[in-house]
Unconditional design. Structure first.
Length: 155
């Protein structure tokens, strides 16, 4: 088995630009980092991961792990259902915006669309803070800023 090494630069003072120290980690560290990364991608927080991972990776709490995985799957399925509803709502909104009568100006169309949105059921946008945590931050940024800038709408 080989170990991995990590170079750490220690700044001691402005006159001394730094020293390099090596730290050696066992091969198990690579496995542990992979498990943590995979768990985070699945939506687990670091606190949740900490409670599930055994100290030595040899003594897993099978029941706790299975319960956590099953709960996370249920959370993801609920999120998927809510996101499907949200997508359908947004598709209807786009369709409504594009269905502007030719003799209607943009401001009147915006009023028409907003009236329709407010008159409809509000349960379609049932996103919780946990749902946002499950979404990858990069994906959220890209979905908002992909080629678009925020513009202020006059009152």
């Amino acid at each position: 088995m080989t170990c991995i090494s990590c170079v750490v630069q220690i700044k001691t003072s402005p006159q001394n630009p730094g020293q390099f120290r090596y730290r050696t980690y066992p091969p198990q560290a690579v496995l542990l980092l992979g498990l943590i990364t995979t768990a985070q991608r699945a939506g687990f927080t670091l606190d949740e991961i900490r409670t599930l991972l055994p100290y030595d990776l040899q003594h897993w709490d099978h029941d706790a792990l299975m319960d956590a995985l099953t709960r996370k799957i249920a959370d993801i399925e609920a999120l998927q259902a809510r996101l499907t509803q949200s997508k359908a709502h947004l598709l209807r909104l786009v369709e409504d915006i594009q269905a502007r009568p030719e003799d209607m100006d943009c401001a009147a169309n915006a009023h028409r669309v907003l009236t329709n949105v407010l008159a409809g059921p509000s349960d379609n946008l049932d996103i919780t803070p946990d749902d946002v945590r499950l979404l990858d931050r990069t994906d959220r940024r890209q979905s908002v800023s992909r080629g678009r800038s925020k513009k202020a709408v006059p009152p």
